[in-house]
Structure formats: C-alpha cells, structure tokens
Design a protein around this ligand. Sequence first.
Ligand code: AHR
Length: 501
Amino acid sequence: MKANVIVHRDFQVASIDPRLYSSFLEHLGRAVYGGIYEPGHPTADEDGFRRDVIDLVRQLDTPYCRYPGGNFVSAYDWQDGIGPRSERPVRLDLAWRTRESNQIGVNEFVDWCKKAKTEPMLAVNLGSRGLDSARNFLEYCNHPGGTYWSDLRRKHGWEAPHNVKLWCLGNEMDGPWQVGHKSAHEYGRLADETAKAMRNFDKSLELVVCGSSHSDMKTYPDWEAEVLNECYDSADYISLHMYFANREKNTLNYLARTTKLDRYITTIGGVIDYIKAKKRSKKTIGISFDEWNVWYHSNQQDKDILAKNEWPDAPHLLEDVYNFEDVLQVGGILNTFIRRSDRVRIACIAQLVNVIAPIMTENNGPAWRQTIYYPFYFASKYGRGSALQLITDAPTYDCDEADDVPYLDASAVLSDDGQTLTFFVVNRHPQNALDLDAQLDGFANARVLEQVEMTHPDLQAVNTARQPETVVPVKVENAKIEDGRLRAALKPQSYSVIRLS
Ligand code: AHR
C-alpha cells in the first residue's frame, strides 16, 4: 500500500512552543511518595529524591511540570506543605481518598524541578479555597522578601524567590466530581478576579483557565464560551483534558480517537475566535492541553483499592501498565499536537511517574521506561522547531469512531536552524506495510540521518521491572532519498522516526 506525502520547507503551520512536551505530577498514588521522593531508596539523594527517576525525567527533557494537581488541588491547602516537616499536618485527601503526609510541598517540588531540569507550572485551588489563598501562595513563592509571606519562605530556608511564571487557575472546575465544582459563570468570574489580582502582583505571569475536562462533558463547549466571556482579557490559555481508552478491544477504533482530539482542538479554537471577535480583542488565547494520555488499564485495580475505604498512604492508584498498542496511540496524539501547534501551545502528558505515567518505579526497587516513554522522548527531542504542513494521500478505513481515517498518521518538524527535518509516522494498518513516498520541496541534497522504528508482534506486550526492554525502539535503515523523494517501508502497526539533514 502506498502512502504519499508532500512537504515544503516554507509551508509552516507554527513555531512549536517547546512547552508542548510538558508533564504533570500530582499528589496522587505513588507519583510523589515512592515516585520522585523515597528517602531510604538506594539512589536517594540528600533531599530524598530518587536519582534513578531524575535521570529518566531529564532524558525526557520536559520543559514544565504541572503540580500539585489535578483533582487533588481543589481541596489542597498549600500552607500544609511548608515549614518544618515534623510540624506539617497529615490530612485526608478528598479527591483520591488517601492520607497526605505533606512531606513534599511547593519548596521541595521547586528543588526537585531544578534537579530534573524542568520548570514548575503551579495550580492554585479555586475549589475549596479562592483568590486570597492564591495571591498569598503567589507572594510566598515569588516575592523576594520584606513581606509576611515572602519572609516566611525565607525563614523556611528558601532565600531566593521561586519566580514561577506559569499558573493554572484551578483544575477541571466543570466536573461535578471536583471539590468546589462551579458553574461556568461562577468559575469564569472567580478566574477573572483571581487572574486580575495575580497580575497586580506581576503582569508578566502566564495564566491558564479551566476549559472542559473532556469533550463528552454535557457543558462542552458552552463552558469554554461562558468562561472566556468572563475572563478573556485576563487569561492567556484555556486548558483542555482528554484521556484515551481501548475498553472495547478494537485497535483501529482506538487509534481513530485522535480524530476526536483534532475536532476538540478545532472546536475550542472556534470558541476562542468567537469570544475574541466579541471582545474586539487583539489577543488570541492559546490552548494548554495540560492533561492527556492513555488511561484505562488500571481502572479495576483502582476500584478495588478505593472500595476498601481505608485512606491509605501512597497507594498503587492509576498505575496503568502500557502496552505496545499504546505506543501507536501516544505517537498519534503527539502528531496531532504537532499538527495543531498553532493552537496548542502547551501540553502536559499526564502524568510523569507511576500514575498513568511513562516512568514506573518499584518501592525500594528499580525505575524503568514504560512503552509510551519512547514516543514522548522522540517528540520532545526532535519535535522542536517549526511544524510543517503535510499533504497526505493514504488509504483510509471506516470505524465507529470516524470514517475515512488514514492508516498513515504523520507529522513533520523542521529544526530551528533549518538543518534537520524529522518525520514522526504511525502506520495503523494491522496487516499491511505502507510504502511511504514523500516529495521533499526545498530540501535539495537531503540525506537520511537516522531511522528509528517501534514495532512488536504482540500489541499487548509491556515493559516491566524484570523485563524493562520488551518494547524498545530499534534503528533500521530502509529509508532512502531518490530524486528529491523520501522512500521508506513502514511496517504494519509501527511507529517510526525518520530524520533527514
Ligand atoms: O490525571 C488524573 C486526574 O484526571 C486528574 O487529577 C484530574 O484532573 C483528571 O480528571
């Protein structure tokens, strides 16, 4: 089967914001305790942070990390996580029905970010708390000194301000499950007033307001229109979330769900344009897709844990073990973000460690890369620069999710120095290889630099602590350039990265 592509050096969709490859850590399950933090672990550093995890996070080169939630943030008091550890209260976390020891708070998280070479993206609680807590939190974090909150931070041992620039105003406030859930009007008003107060402190902050938790919410997409109607002038980004599942065990249908993701982005782009016009504004709000991933493998285990009603410490919640099929899905999701990088400026894989995450750990044991680590790694490493407009002509299929879904899912990125062109390609076809034939316009003398492929005879294959390399990328060499065209054989159900220079 042939898959034709045309790419032109000058036909650029957008300059990709590197924050497209951001991540997320919530006080949930073993993300923090047993994930990034485990004093006593053989690799723990002087602050109790696992060096093996830091090493895997650094390799992902994820520019920002959202924290501390998630649903957790909507009943969280940031003051519980500051000051001497021995005096911090143990609380019940109402979102995940867990005991929260508060041994990690904002100061430790910022320290961890420095070690992991990422920047904090902090969320404020607009569920059970509000404007006053948010402005105090901001002053505690970012003011140099000489005020009650900033001097308290200094007294706690963090002399220099954290200078956090990117803030989320609440989390999934459209969701009835959220502590302090609000109507769009209530939330829009609160977000606007909170944003204005935060900007009175620092005009240069970048503020993200809550959009829909997913595109099947009853309030979607009126939610976005109402919220932005209240706070368009004070916000910079609207957040969207989406999780993917293959509960019906239908691979082609599952992989077609990125078409729904694409429609979601198009719809909210339209809502943004509508409110922009209504407000006669010059500014275009961006999309912060600050939660996305595959999430379903652990559902039954989670139900069982929560049914016990025991308020455990750091339980094994949301510990999805990803398979090879999920590599294809995550590759397709990242391709969608790259193709829509004109709208989607920030995106956070949810989450980073143990909880629906590319990195897994065993308590007092190893850390390893899940299957989905790799497409994220390659996109983060090579998907920086300009997204190019691809014209594709490939065979398609129909399924419950959508009709005319191409078997080929592709994106292409030209590096900032114009020297390297990288294709990220998924062949969704279960049996047939695709003969990729890409016409390269404006790339005279291009040569193949590298070709990496992920494929596996078993879609259910996983990486585990004992067998961490069952699903890994391998170098292949079938791509070649002839007469200004890139030709490559894409195996059935495969993910490939092809780099040209
Ligand atoms: O990432 C897991 C949860 O998914 C988050 O806490 C919440 O925001 C979303 O529903």
